[in-house]
Design a protein around this ligand. Structure first.
Ligand SMILES: [Mn+2]
Length: 337
């Protein structure tokens, strides 16, 4: 395996100061942190006189489009890059593995290119370029805040552009569940507080991220609640959504992201899991832990990853029940039930 370089914060800052046309990549199934980080970095680099473009396998989801509102930075999916010149510098934000880049990674490989720098906060994952990876940061947005803050203090930037400040706050709030999750540190709050000095409208940001849902999303949450199965005396809870049921309910992937939150909310639950059947015997599994069980270790066994308390994997399995029995046994061992 190639040895990749770990940059210091100052090296990261200098690297970003190099005036180069830049492609900023975010991960598939985008969340507020990856979109917020991409938008914020894009906005600031463009303010510093660089040409920027954002790109991911999936487009920015409708519910997060407000983060890029008012920005002139184009956000495209990889297909729209096809045939166009790929910018000189490629930076990924909030991406822990190449599989999270999906078709973007495949396209880059085909074009003989790769990622030049990864900026991320996932402790477990797969290094695929030089990078700045701080597993102690609750969000990638925290890392970018530090860089922008240095630029402001040095006078390179008059202030953090409002669009970027909003986007960073969304990233911080998103990955900490509104500053509630265990990953929230004193530094997270300090950075959040600094961003509140800007007229970002944090109440509206949080309402859009956490409270607003589409009717389809509500349908998916109701389905998650109705389909709950309890194991291990209620400590382990699972909801499954078959492909046929998903079609019957008229749901798309974008509607399903919060199903896991419904299950996690049950008071007895220490480990929550949502299993979504996809085309071609593929299964997409999300796991959450409210206790000491490190679900990223379990997901890693199936080629996935994430954080100790929030992880997932997608796998092609002939028989999901075999995998499920294995997962269940591991969780039962870890929860001692
Ligand atoms: Mn993140």
């Amino acid at each position: 395996m190639a040895a990749y370089r770990d940059l210091s914060l100052n090296q990261l800052k200098s690297y970003l100061e190099e005036k180069k046309p830049t492609l900023i990549l975010f991960h598939r199934k985008p969340d507020p942190d990856c979109i917020g980080s991409a938008v914020a970095l894009g906005q600031v680099l463009s303010e510093l006189g660089m040409q920027v473009r954002l790109c991911g396998e999936d487009p920015i989801p409708k519910r997060l489009l407000f983060l890029n509102e008012g920005s002139k930075i184009p956000a495209v999916i990889w297909e729209e890059m096809e045939g166009k010149e790929i910018p000189e510098r490629i930076i990924s934000v909030d991406v822990a593995s190449t599989s999270q880049l999906g078709s973007v990674w495949e396209g880059l490989c085909k074009a003989g290119r790769s990622v030049d720098l990864m900026i991320d906060h996932h402790g477990r994952g797969e290094r695929f370029s030089d990078g700045y990876v701080d597993a102690g940061a609750a969000a990638t947005a925290e890392i970018l805040f530090d860089v922008f803050d240095l630029w402001v203090k040095e006078g390179k930037l008059r202030s953090i552009p409002l669009i970027a400040a909003k986007a960073l706050y969304a990233g911080l709030a998103g990955d900490t569940g509104g500053f509630r999750f265990s990953n929230t540190t004193p530094q997270t709050m300090v950075r959040g507080a600094e961003l509140l000095r800007y007229p970002i409208g944090h109440d509206e940001i949080c309402r859009k991220i956490f409270e607003c849902k589409t009717r389809a999303q509500m349908t998916a949450e109701v389905e998650a609640a109705n389909a709950i199965e309890y194991y291990c005396g209620g400590k382990f809870a699972v909801s499954r959504l078959s492909l046929s049921r998903k079609r019957e309910l008229g749901l798309t992937d974008e509607d399903l992201g919060t199903m896991i939150d419904v299950i996690r909310a049950v008071d007895s639950v220490k480990v929550a899991m949502v299993v979504r059947e996809e085309e071609g015997s593929r299964y997409r599994v999300s796991m959450r832990s409210t206790d000491t069980v490190d679900v990223s270790l379990i997901c890693a066994e199936f080629g996935g990853g994430g954080h100790a308390r929030a992880a997932g994997f997608t796998a092609e399995l002939d028989d999901f029940d075999i995998a499920f029995e294995k997962i269940k046994k591991e969780i039962e061992n870890r929860l001692q039930c």
